[in-house]
Design a protein around this ligand. Structure first.
Ligand SMILES: O=C(O)c1ccc[n+]([C@@H]2O[C@H](COP(=O)([O-])O)[C@@H](O)[C@H]2O)c1
Ligand SMILES: Cc1cc2nc[nH]c2cc1C
Length: 347
């Protein structure tokens, strides 16, 4: 299994026809705002004037983090595997939202520290039972990082084979805001004080302790040129697998619906490997996690929603999915001035 990094920038040859189709609809020019730019982006990704969001999937990548032993999360590590069982039973927030809003949920064990035994609906892609503690040593070795990326890319191919055209990227992993903050710091140069946040709900003392731990972790290495080396030093298996899956999904012409702080850190890794990937990405929401604003700025991203969510799981991606459907429905089904016999603007 090897990683393919080829991702060309999207052709712009259809843009004029897409723009003309949107502008010809029965509305003042630009009056549907962000729905219009979303329709244009989805049409461009699919290279179609009539795009379709078939077989929408919401994938939750789960993994554990050695740095949890430093006390950087408000919750114990066991919550990761316990929540995986909750996802499989259909009871978590993301299950409820995805069911309500029309997305299929898939749960992937990228590296949870638990033996799940026989769970037929859990996709077993475990690289190892959790990463090592990146405050004292590399979270994973280079081969593990490459394997997780390649497994993610292969997973995207399996979604493509099911006819999936849009993937929501979610995750679960106690202490993974620490990994995401370190990636933001090392890959985008954002100072740690700006990149760190309260995660699952640290108090002021907890936040100060977390910042000190992350500073110790960051000081362990100097500048690292290769993004896969950064991922190996500080990432997580779920983040690595998500980054690979994002790359594979973009290569397959799918729309990437990016959830919150941790999913965005996976995209940041993928964008360092294949910069054109941001053209395929829709940013679901602005998370309440402190570092997300700097993360989105580093990605040049404009999120759709701002609901003060800080849950992860793909909950924000599920909530944004109806906006994608709405934009595509406008492009496909709305009458034009010509078809409806409505007079165009005067002057
Ligand atoms: O997606 C977000 O923006 C987000 C912000 C804060 C926390 N989370 C979730 O909370 C967990 C990580 O928080 P922590 O405090 O354990 O690092 C992990 O399971 C994430 O899905 C997610
Ligand atoms: C209960 C709980 C649910 C979550 N879902 C995603 N991250 C989470 C963290 C906790 C602690």
């Amino acid at each position: 299994m090897s990683l393919n990094l080829n991702l060309a920038a999207l052709p712009t040859s259809l843009d004029a026809a897409l723009r003309a189709k949107i502008d010809g609809k029965t509305k003042p020019l630009g009056a549907l705002g962000r729905l219009e730019t979303l329709a244009l982006q989805i049409g461009r990704i699919q290279q179609s004037l009539s795009p379709k969001l078939s077989e929408p999937h919401l994938v939750v990548y789960a993994g554990d983090h050695g740095i949890a032993e430093e006390g950087v999360s408000a919750f114990p590590q066991d919550v990761t595997w316990q929540m995986v069982l909750n996802f499989l039973a259909g009871g978590a927030a993301v299950n409820v939202l995805a069911r309500e809003l029309g997305m299929a949920v898939q749960v992937v064990d990228a590296g949870v520290k638990h033996d799940f035994g026989d769970q037929p609906t859990l996709l077993d892609a475990k690289i190892a039972p959790g990463t090592r503690n990146s405050a004292v040593e590399p979270a994973m070795d280079r081969a593990e990082a490459e394997l997780a990326l390649a497994r993610g890319q292969a997973h995207a191919e399996s979604l493509k084979a099911r006819g999936c055209r849009v993937v929501g990227f979610g995750e679960m992993g106690i202490a993974n805001t620490s990994a995401a903050s370190l990636l933001l710091h090392k890959l985008a140069g954002v100072p740690l004080a700006q990149a760190v946040g309260r995660g699952t709900g640290l108090d002021d003392d907890g936040l100060a302790r977390k910042l000190a731990v992350l500073e110790r972790a960051a000081a362990r290495t100097g500048e690292i040129a290769d993004p896969i080396d950064v991922l190996a030093e500080y990432g997580g298996f779920e983040i690595a697998m998500m980054a690979g899956a994002m790359l594979g999904a973009a290569q397959a012409g799918m729309v990437l619906l990016i959830d919150g702080f941790i999913a965005s850190s996976a995209l940041l890794v993928a964008a360092k490997l294949a910069p054109a990937i941001t053209e395929y990405a829709v940013f679901a929401h602005q998370s309440a996690e402190a570092g997300h604003q700097a993360m989105l700025a580093a990605l040049g991203a404009q999120p759709l929603l701002a609901l003060d969510l800080r849950l992860g799981e793909g909950s924000g991606a599920a909530l944004a999915f109806p906006l994608l459907r709405a934009s595509v429905a406008i492009l496909n089904d709305m009458a034009s001035f010509a078809s409806a016999g409505v007079s165009e603007r005067g002057e």
